[in-house]
Design a protein around this ligand. Structure first.
Ligand SMILES: NC(=O)c1ccc[n+]([C@@H]2O[C@H](COP(=O)([O-])OP(=O)(O)OC[C@H]3O[C@@H](n4cnc5c(N)ncnc54)[C@H](OP(=O)(O)O)[C@@H]3O)[C@@H](O)[C@H]2O)c1
Length: 227
């Protein structure tokens, strides 16, 4: 897909991934609409107020992303991640726009917690010409002397920093990929990723994570990477 002058709507544009994607898309010359949840609460309405502005691509980043929170507040996770995604998919159909749904590597990693279950359910609204991105990313600065001092270990992942993953997603969009697209970098432990920025990072056992967070912390979500 040519991005120059393309009309693209990004949900969740204020989020970690959304911000990176919007700046990359704008740098490519795309015309990007970024309705916040105040303008378009995806749980309540099947379309944003800007319905007359017809996007040719919708990148659906908006989600309830508090993984431990979803275990306690299932209803909000279901509303945002399932009902909300259904509404976004309906709007994409009305616009005849391609839908790029940002899913999660957690959907590949049973037993699924509530968050992972809702992300997997969201995939069911994606059509055959659309794209499901299964991925994982961390903000730079997550670990450090002024940030998190420890990392859950051992946890295997294809996750990388948000800016690196966002560039790969834009590449997948430009290549016009469809279906399930697994986006990430080589298999590593989460600790390997943390060590890139913080040499002094400590460990918390993954079994402790289960108790601390209240769900089975995924030990190994590595995928066969598409891009
Ligand atoms: N973070 C990760 O490690 C990770 C891993 C795998 C997959 N993902 C997926 O990647 C996507 C982006 O994640 P992120 O970490 O960048 O998200 P984030 O920083 O937590 O931001 C969430 C975004 O969702 C929007 N949102 C929440 N409820 C909404 C509603 N009812 N209506 C409209 N918008 C709503 C928020 O908008 P407002 O600010 O306007 O409220 C915000 O922009 C999500 O689909 C997530 O499931 C994340």
């Amino acid at each position: 897909m040519k991005l120059a002058k393309a009309q693209i709507l990004v949900t969740g544009a204020s989020g970690r991934l959304g911000k990176e994607l919007v700046s990359l898309l704008e740098a490519e010359g795309a015309k990007v609409a970024t309705p916040s949840s105040h303008v378009w609460d995806i749980t309540k309405k099947a379309q944003p107020f800007i319905w007359y502005w017809v996007p040719k691509l919708i990148i659906h980043c908006a989600a309830y992303t508090d993984v431990p929170g979803a275990e306690k507040d299932k209803n909000t996770a279901i509303q945002v991640n399932i009902v909300g995604t259904c509404n976004v998919a309906k709007f994409a159909k009305v616009c005849n726009a391609k839908l790029v749904y940002i899913s999660s590597d957690y959907v590949t990693c049973p037993p699924l917690g509530v968050y992972a279950f809702t992300k997997l359910a969201g995939e069911s609204f994606v059509g055959p010409k659309d794209m499901i991105i299964r991925t994982s990313f961390k903000s730079r600065g997550t670990w450090g002397p002024e940030a998190l001092a420890k990392v859950f270990h051992p946890v295997y992942t294809n996750a990388d920093w948000t800016d690196i993953i966002a560039k790969k997603i834009v590449k997948a969009i430009k290549k016009d990929l469809t279906g399930v697209v697994s986006v990430g970098t080589k298999r590593k432990t989460l600790k390997d990723l943390a060590l890139q920025e913080f040499k002094g990072v400590g460990e918390i056992s993954v079994e402790t994570a289960d108790t601390l967070l209240g769900y089975h912390y995924p030990r190994d979500c590595c995928m066969e990477i598409t891009i």
